[in-house]
Ligand binder design. Structure first.
Ligand code: CA
Length: 216
């Protein structure tokens, strides 16, 4: 899953980027509103964390412009505890909000929930035969035994499992699993797919030649 963090406070932006990366997300960042809107429109992010008070263009302006084009889930960060501000954000199409200062674990949990809702899988546990994918705990077990996965391997499975039965193209996987900072070796995806098959079973992720990958 690929996220965009639009936040002008450098420490907070870096902290969010690092914490979300550690959760296995590919993360792009923008330090001002203009760059935030540009990236939000240019890429299909799985969710956007959007600060309200930003230089160049505020979060509300970004949101209202983005909503004319895209349904990307947006979590707004507001420094003010005013009910009016929250209502304004929700009216403009925000999916959720957090008031600063917020708890990092809560922000991560809310982002996870937004992504699940957008993918149409509000239930955090997906079961496929003897395989359990717990999207809240971000763990995968086979026959009740936990499988050790890297954050990126987990992200690959989560993306495909939340679109179960649908063939996902390699381009779409690259766009959602890797950030603009990741080195885009053309075989990076194949390496992750291969490792997941070794760990979970060779038929778990199926290849559709010329089309992409599917978990069915
Ligand atoms: Ca700010």
């Amino acid at each position: 899953m690929r996220l965009l963090v639009v936040e002008d406070e450098e420490d907070l932006r870096n902290g969010l980027e690092q914490a979300l990366r550690e959760e296995g997300y590919a993360v792009d960042v923008a330090p001002d509103g203009k760059e935030g809107l540009y990236k939000a429109e240019a890429w299909d992010y799985d969710a956007i964390v959007l600060d309200v008070m930003l230089p160049e263009m505020d979060g509300w302006e970004i949101l209202s412009r983005l909503r004319k084009k895209k349904k990307t889930p947006v979590l707004m960060l507001t420094a003010r505890d005013g009910v009016r501000d929250r209502i304004k954000g929700l009216d403009l199409g925000a999916d959720d909000y957090l008031v600063k200062p917020f708890n990092l674990a809560e922000l991560i949990a809310r982002v996870r929930a937004l992504i699940r809702r957008a993918a149409g899988t509000p239930n955090p546990v997906v079961t496929i035969d003897s395989i359990n994918i717990d999207m809240a705990a971000r763990t995968i077990s086979v026959d009740d035994a936990l499988v050790a996965l890297t954050a990126r391997e987990y992200a690959l499975i989560e993306y495909l499992a939340s679109r179960r039965g649908k063939v996902v193209s390699r381009t779409e996987l690259y766009d959602h699993l890797f950030s603009e900072e990741d080195e885009s070796y053309s075989n990076l995806l194949d390496v992750h797919v291969c490792n997941v098959r070794k760990k979970i079973g060779k038929d778990f992720i199926q290849t559709r030649r010329g089309h992409g990958y599917v978990i069915d």
